[in-house]
Write a protein that binds this ligand. Sequence first.
Ligand code: PHE
Length: 339
Amino acid sequence: MKEKLEALKQKALDDLAKVSDAASLEQMRVAYLGKKSELAAILKGMAALTAEERPIIGQLGNSVRTAIEEAFEVAKKHVIELETAKKINAERLDVTLPSKKTDKGNLHPLTKVQAELENIFLGMGFSIAEGPEVETDYYNFTALNTPEFHPARDVQDTFYITDKVLLRSQTSTVQVHVMENNKPPIRIISPGRVYRSDAVDATHSPMFHQCEGLVIDKNITMADLKGTLETFAKAMFGDKTKIRFRPHHFPFTEPSCEVDVSCFVCGGKGCSVCKGEGWIEILGAGMVHPNVLRMSGIDPEVYSGFAFGMGIERIVMTKYGISDMRLLYENDTRFLSQF
Ligand code: PHE
């Protein structure tokens, strides 16, 4: 029995020394320390021993059990270490790996110029007004002194949703909303999308952007309009920029004009950007027509005002020397990343 116990101890210690994973460790716990283990079987045989042998074998049995238990604890510690190391290894992050290159985006030139435009006018005490892109014909035409037979109302020029509802063809609609809802003094700009039934080419798009301006107060004159637009032009195109007014016609302003800026590339001598003119047209403007004031509830005997409207695409193209408007809508990042 003694030899059996010694042999069992040796076998158990050898096996436990070799164990390297949790599953075989558990198998060994059952095999060497469990209720049905070999050790338990041997110790059951003690009943057949003599009274002298029994305490000796009992002691030996206990020391074998303790030795196996100790070896088991050592093996358990070893297995935990091994399994932890395995786990750490499997979850390892290589922080020295170079990161994936991400391209840095930039603002679209239209967005950039619109923000610049807003800043210039905010600096002059204007605030920003908004209006709907889907309008009634009243706001787009009637209230802007554009009667029913006016050619601008033609289906060729305007996107109608019903007889009376359309996509606004100009931001001038916002003038009317602002005058209806505010008492003078009024000083607003309103940038936004407008729609016209134009075929796409280098200078036309059925959707484009405008920025409206409206100032109403007592004693507003065309000199105020000129001073405001000159300040704007110098801030947008450079300090040397000059402006000029050419007589024009708009139904909602009287007098009306178109406004040109001196070419910032050639300074007025004539070049490819200004097409030899020395001047570049950037907007329409004028003194708000008394009918327009009256229809929106403002007394033209007390108040006067000016309005202007510019195409933002036109400003972007002029400022950056872009000759084809389609480039602004094609979303080619090789083009857009230049701004
Ligand atoms: N709404 C005009 C246009 O789209 C521009 C304009 C605005 C002219 C305000 C005068 C005053 O052409």
